[in-house]
Design a binder for this molecule. Structure first.
Ligand code: 13P
Ligand code: SF4
Length: 402
């Protein structure tokens, strides 16, 4: 094996991540033409959609949706803006939505309002006759883009060689990764996880081998391993741009958890100082964060959990309770609107939505639905059969243990 030094690269989705950050309270949907001024890449669509007002688009989407009837199901991730989530037949976190994609085979078209890896997963788990559509193809995920499959294949090969004769390693990939990486896990006795079941998948993996390779979010991996009693000195971070991830073979042999050097730029904005500020300004406030936040933030919070858990916990909480939340702001604002008897606010005072989730603008949803009514499938997400088969093995392992 030739160990190479690679030129470090930053995914374009990461560079674009703060494009929609603003200091106003409300994220108001404007015409797509006005939103283009944020300066991110947008998928081209017919010009007639650019200037339609949000109200015109609402009417058009309602009409197109009614016309498609049972042929269509719209899935919406919790981070979608209100102007989109209101059209979702089902909403949820990435785990719930993947279960839904696997369990319902009625509709011919699944329009996935979320990001690329979620649509890929829906394609893998759905029935053969179903077609999955992502309204805007530039809706990727900067974290998923931090794990390029070629770098992950090199990592796996280097790890297997360094650990040969020193015990095994099980790959776990977070749902936020490409189908090709899920397939690598399927081929190598590994598993997929989401933020709802990361702990169960670590336990599953440790029953099978003494080490875990966790991709691509180092924070979810570290937070979960710490919960299971793994020491920080038993974990290493794999830098894909350095030979052997920046470690000696001995360091890798001593590690119980190898964490890929990836992160979510939305969740790493949250800090312990923000938590302290929330606690001093709202006495008695409960602090709840997503496990993609850094370890110090997760440890300073009262609770951490997936978007589904955050939503459910606050809706079940007693009236009058106060919640400072460390997750994507479109969801936090929605939870606040749906719980007027509670105080709910985002830990970060800058309003910074996930810029790729935010790229599902109603103009795109309208465009793809109109296409379906005209018999044209735009933006189909289709995973090749071999990759899908191998990825499905790793996804089925996840679905069977949780
Ligand atoms: P959930 O697994 O909680 O849906 O989160 C997905 C995600 O992209 C969080 O950033
Ligand atoms: Fe990816 Fe972070 Fe956006 Fe989730 S919030 S889709 S992890 S960039």
């Amino acid at each position: 094996m030739v160990l190479q030094v690679k030129e470090p690269t930053i995914p374009i989705t990461e560079i674009e991540q703060s494009a929609f950050c603003q200091t106003e309270d409300e994220l108001k949907t404007k015409t797509l033409e006005e939103e283009f001024s944020a300066g991110v890449r947008w998928q081209k669509l017919p010009i007639s959609y650019l200037r339609k007002t949000p109200e015109e688009l609402d009417d058009r989407i309602l009409y197109a949706r009614a016309k498609l009837g049972d042929q269509l199901v719209v899935l919406g991730h919790h981070y979608q803006r209100n102007a989109i989530i209101r059209f979702a037949d089902y909403r949820g976190d990435s785990f719930k939505l993947s279960q839904l994609a696997a369990s319902q085979d009625r509709a011919e078209y699944i329009v996935f309002c979320g990001v690329h890896f979620m649509a890929e997963t829906a394609d893998i788990l759905s029935a053969r006759h179903q077609q999955v559509i992502l309204p805007n193809l530039t809706a990727g995920c900067s974290m998923a883009d931090m794990a390029h499959v070629d770098d992950v294949l090199d990592c796996w090969e280097e790890l297997e060689e360094a650990l040969d004769g020193y015990g095994g390693i099980t790959p776990i990939t977070y749902m936020n990764s490409t189908a090709a990486i899920k397939a690598l896990c399927g081929r190598n006795e590994g598993i997929v996880c989401t933020s709802s079941n990361a702990r169960a998948t670590f336990e599953w993996a440790f029953e099978r081998s003494e080490r875990v390779l966790f991709l691509p979010d180092q924070h979810l991996g570290r937070n979960t391993a710490v919960q299971l009693g793994v020491g920080l000195d038993e974990m290493v971070v794999w830098n894909p741009f350095k030979p052997l991830g920046g470690h000696t073979p001995d360091e890798l042999r001593r590690a119980r958890v190898v964490l890929w050097q990836g992160h979510c730029s939305v969740h790493t904005r949250f800090t312990v100082e923000q938590i302290e500020r929330a606690r001093s300004s709202v006495p008695g406030v409960n602090v709840m964060v997503h496990p993609e936040c850094t370890l110090d933030v997760v440890q300073a919070a009262d609770v951490n959990g997936s978007t589904e858990l955050i939503t459910r916990t606050i809706s079940d909480a007693p009236a009058g309770s106060a919640w400072a939340v460390g997750t994507e702001v479109s969801l936090v604002n929605r939870i606040a609107q749906q719980n007027p008897d509670k105080t709910v606010f985002c830990l970060d005072s800058v309003v910074c939505p996930c810029s790729t989730m935010y790229r599902i603008h109603p103009a795109y949803l309208s465009w793809v639905l109109d296409g379906l009514n005209e018999g044209v499938v735009v933006n189909r997400i289709s995973v090749d059969e071999r990759t899908a088969g191998e990825a499905r093995v790793a996804l089925d392992r996840m679905l069977s243990i949780t």
